[in-house]
Design a protein around this ligand. Sequence first.
Ligand code: GAP
Length: 493
Amino acid sequence: MAKQNKQDPMDKMMSLCKRRGFIFQSSEIYGGMNSCWDYGPLGVELKRNIKNFWWQHMITSRNNVVGMDAGIMMHPKVWEASGHVANFNDPLVDCKDCKTRFREDKAPHKFKCTKCIMKFDVENGRITGKAKYTKSFESLVANEPVTYHKSTCPRCNNEEAIELEGIVCPNCGGNNLTDAKNFNLMFKTHYGPSEDSAAQIYLRPETAQGIFVNFGNVENTSRLKVPFGIGQIGKAFRNEITTGNFIFRSREFEQMEMEFFIHPDDNEKWYKFWINERFEFYKLLGIKEENLRLRPHAEDELAHYARGCMDVEYKFYFGWSELEGIADRQTFDLDQHIKASGKNLSYFDQENNVHIVPAVIETSAGVDRTLLTVLSDAYWEDEENDRVVLSLHPRVAPIKVAVFPLMSKDGMPEIAEKINNDLSKYMATFYDKAGSIGRRYRRQDEAGTPFGITVDTQTLEDGTVTLRDRDTLEQIRIPQDKIVSTLIEKVNA
Ligand code: GAP
């Protein structure tokens, strides 16, 4: 049975997501809202399973990490202190001809090698111009981010000679452009009935600051000693200039963040530790290792607060892209809040009898991006058996087992319904009695349901049922009184 999922375009996935009730476009009956998405019955279960697994992996299973849940709206001074008011900007350019507005760093870039004079264009890290014929260069840029202009010339291999000639409009290709101006990505709103500037607040662009401003509260109440972490899951909002690739980049999304407070001298050790832990997390979610990689940020990519940052990337249909960042934030955030609030957020190191400001290693993942990764990695087309399959790991599958009576007669539905009721006390199940059995199986294959139980004529004779495996299509018979224990074991394997 050939698994051939990788080249499937995003629109096949999007259509499956809509067809099976994973994800719908927001406000669809009013024509839809660009890049805004609603999670349907299967999508919300998948999302909840991902978040629960993160919570269990990062918080419940560790003695040195606790959870919290801060508000989305915070004092505006938080965002001044954190640097977001001054620095959370994207460079925005307008095309004077076609009036398109776009991010300067995402626009097609025109390059020239000053040594061999070869010219080429690059968009989203890939060559788009006539230099495409150069095979070695194509593979080079396919693996590089847009900041590749430091790369080697594809023709003469010169490292110093690549020069940026300019950018062009991604819509009309023209170069009649305004200078880039900074656009702050935070959504603004007003707190309370007054709309004057004193009442202006922001929707949080990251959950992290809710943790930093509560560092003292958590430290005082949880009796934890540095090193320890605080994690939370919640919505974040960014008025992104460029959205797209389905749920990959939107303006409203969810983050799973953990801030690990350490002695500043221990940063190397914990940075490595968390990079490793986070990479393992994606493997435990069932993501194929060959589709995951780690990529350190180049100096000019680092956020204003970070000394180092490692991205966990996934090989999406549209190329390698960031899933999560693990950042060495140093003492930046606590220092800033100490300065701005005047409050003492230092920690008393009893062992050495000194007050220190802890440094921070952050792990920051996107829920929606993880969900897109899980779906992309699980999707494949089984041509031999004429079906589309989502090989979701049982840990995250929205439905763990579907129960079917083969036919609607001879008491089969009653037996199947009882099995379904018994199983549903332990796991998410789905009972389906209508239609041909083949079609019912296929519907569950597309929903990612790993197991199927079928009550058939043999059940009436010897009390056994068929247990079907979604991926291998193997069918075995098990006695009815072993169904619950067998499935609990398989789902938790
Ligand atoms: N506190 C650090 C921070 O927020 P980030 O790299 O800006 O770092 C972390 O964001 C993660 O949040 C990203 O790796 C991504 O998974 C997710 N994320 C960021 N912007 C997003 C967007 N516009 N849409 C969906 N997910 C986003």
